[in-house]
Write a protein that binds this ligand. Structure first.
Ligand code: PMP
Ligand code: GLN
Length: 380
């Protein structure tokens, strides 16, 4: 039969987590914390369920949560989106990305993505009948080359997708990058999808350059975030999209027939958390920075070479001193023979750079988990 995603297999995250489980490997592959969510969040969830918030939520999201997101956005980025017209709560960032593409990208159009990019982008583009145009980031610094992006933009381009802090590299876009994007998109009908799921996980005093800080960008942007990353609960699958009223209206047409609404009790719990403990997201960068620093110090005792990590919770390592295997083969070998699961980078590319020897390790883990992984990595 004619199918729509002939090139798509099972995602690398599922493949590597299954392999890790089969072989009893320490799983630093798929990105998820292995520590507890804040106690207060569990209490708020329990309270919401007992208070009877167990039926369909408002289609666009629980009003208290949309208002809390608006206040948080103003507090962090100095811009307050309209809670009613501009914020939609979704089943994770994944749903938000899918909806944004489905809402505005038409068959035959093009979406520019920067490789390596998160693996859900291209299938969403393909299902819209559009084509992903891949522009490589620098293979070492993962910085964009805006001249290359400009060259990739043409009359069919409908959207540009960006992701900062970046998965898998942790690279961050600068204010100068955001100005470049504004200049590129000025006087075009091109929308911006800004994937900001790691917005609060930034290090060394850096500032996250949300598209929401830039009036020229936010008037054409779908800005996507995820509570899974911010509250250590990737399995709850709650995220949101901030977009101008006309774009949010289109986005909601997809959302209402995709899932209609998302898990009601958790929305009440996040609303309470955002207001009661802004310190949680304000301190998230420091919380992860200490994990990053400790992990990098430990990696110095292995033959893996860590690349810089400006944000996010992934550490890229160059393994060329250990092995000449390609990254898929290396990550399989590391998992099955050496007991540590990692994620190869090539699934994030249309055309992986020749000879690239990088693997991604997730450090959103307890010290004991990271210690166990390091003990094994020291034997490489
Ligand atoms: N975008 C990026 C860059 C991600 O890393 C992730 C999560 N791994 C997502 C989107 C999806 O987020 P969610 O789990 O909230 O759907
Ligand atoms: N975003 C997570 C990662 O990059 C995985 C999400 C998933 O498994 N779908 O590892």
């Amino acid at each position: 039969p004619q199918t729509k995603l002939p090139k798509v297999g099972t995602t690398i995250f599922t493949v590597m987590s299954q392999l890790a489980a089969e072989h009893g490997a320490v799983n630093l592959g798929q990105g998820f914390p292995d520590f507890a969510v804040p106690d207060r969040l569990i209490e708020e969830l329990d309270k919401a369920m007992r208070a009877g918030h167990n039926q369909y939520a408002a289609m666009t999201g629980v009003p208290a949560l949309r208002q809390a997101i608006a206040r948080k956005t103003e507090r962090v980025y100095g811009h307050k989106p309209d809670a009613d017209a501009e914020i939609t709560v979704t089943s994770g960032a994944t749903e938000a990305i899918f909806n944004a593409v489905a809402a505005v990208v038409r068959p035959g159009e093009e979406v520019v993505v920067l490789d390596p990019c998160y693996d859900s982008y291209e299938p969403a583009i393909d299902l819209a009948g559009a084509r992903a145009v891949h522009v490589p980031l620098d293979p070492r610094t993962f910085a964009p080359d805006w001249a290359k992006v400009r060259a990739a933009i043409g009359p069919k381009t409908r959207m540009l997708m960006i992701n900062s802090p970046h998965n898998p590299s942790g690279a961050m876009l600068s204010a100068a990058d955001m100005e470049q994007i504004a200049a590129l998109l000025r006087d075009t009908g091109i929308f911006l999808l800004s994937d900001e799921v790691y917005e609060h996980i930034v290090f060394d005093g850096a500032r996250h350059e949300s598209a929401l800080r830039y009036p020229e960008l936010r008037e054409r942007a779908f800005v996507v975030s995820s509570f899974g990353k911010t509250y250590h609960c990737t399995g709850w699958k709650i995220g949101y999209c901030i977009a101008p009223p006309a774009l949010s209206a289109e986005f909601r047409k997809v959302h209402q027939y995709n899932v209609f609404c998302t898990f009601n009790p958790a929305q009440h719990a996040f609303a309470a958390m955002l207001d009661a403990e802004p310190e949680h997201y304000e301190r998230l960068g420091a919380f992860y920075q200490s994990k990053r620093d400790r992990f990098r110090e430990q990696l110095a005792s292995t033959r893996l070479t860590p690349l810089p990590v400006p944000g996010g919770y992934f550490q890229l390592v160059d393994y060329s001193a250990v092995s000449d295997l390609d990254d898929l083969a290396f990550c399989r070998w590391l998992t099955t023979e050496k007991g540590v699961a990692a994620i190869p980078l090539s699934p994030f590319y249309e055309t992986p750079p020749a000879g690239q020897r990088l693997a991604r390790l997730c450090f959103a883990k307890n010290e004991a988990t990271l210690d166990a992984a390091i003990e094994r990595l020291q034997k490489l």
